[in-house]
Design a protein around this ligand. Structure first.
Ligand code: C5P
Length: 223
């Protein structure tokens, strides 16, 4: 499928800095995006994140903010100054917190001239069971407050896209056919996700646990 490389977000869930750098070096030339989550961010901090951004790669900071509105707003302000491509909030934080995050990010980007990051809302974690109405309610809220995209399973993507065509759908829980599913309950292949209308897939272990990251990514994208 054309363009798939740009639709791939590789989760750098690693505690080994050299390994993170090797993954980025192996894949950045393809236009892949990279996700720094709580593991790498807690260990290496914002300076490391900035170093990766300086290499002109798109970084998605996945800290899944979920707090009272004031704390979420102030954290979003700090994140907006880092120059990330995107960051995550939990949609379950509610309308007031989400609207405050959106307003803050837009203001900070305007005032400081930083890159306006996409705000991505977590619906229900793909390691949990969900019902359609829970997901749909959260996506409706995201749309109402101007959240740019949602993290959702491929199973939910087609429905979300038909109701809210402008909302980006980002899908983790991607595996090769026959892979060990690990702790992800709602898994799918990259092909099935793209066919369902998913904008970006997030892939961690099927790539970062392999010896050849480029071959593993190719295999995953080509099916
Ligand atoms: O290793 P694996 O491919 O399962 O990694 C999936 C990544 O996506 C992890 O970094 C995980 O934190 C993240 N994620 C997820 N489910 C969500 C949101 C994020 O698996 N709903």
């Amino acid at each position: 499928m054309s363009n798939s490389w740009e639709k791939l977000i590789v989760a750098l869930d690693l505690e080994d800095k050299d390994k993170i750098i090797k993954v980025v070096e192996a894949l950045s030339g393809r236009g892949v995006k990279f996700k720094i989550g709580s593991i790498a961010f807690t260990k290496f901090g914002p300076r490391f994140l900035s170093d990766i951004i300086k290499e002109k790669v798109d970084v998605f900071l996945d800290l899944k903010l979920y707090d009272i509105p004031n704390t979420m707003k102030r954290t979003a302000s700090v994140i907006a100054q880092l120059g990330c491509w995107a960051f995550t909030v939990h949609l379950q934080a509610g309308e007031k917190a989400l609207a405050a995050v959106k307003e803050e990010v837009v203001n900070v980007s305007k005032q400081r001239g930083c890159r306006l990051p996409l705000i991505l809302g977590v619906t229900i974690l793909t390691s949990s069971q969900s019902v359609d109405s829970d997901v749909d309610g959260l996506v409706g809220l995201a749309d109402k407050v101007g959240i740019d995209g949602v993290i959702a399973s491929a199973r939910d993507a087609r429905r979300i896209k038909s109701n809210y065509p402008d909302i980006k759908v980002v899908t983790p829980g991607i595996r090769n056919t026959g892979d060990d599913i690990g702790d992800q309950l709602r898994i799918t292949t990259a092909q099935v996700a793209f066919e369902a209308g998913v904008d970006y897939i997030v892939v961690g272990r099927p790539i970062i646990n392999e010896d050849n990251y480029l071959d593993a990514a190719k295999h995953l994208l080509e099916g």
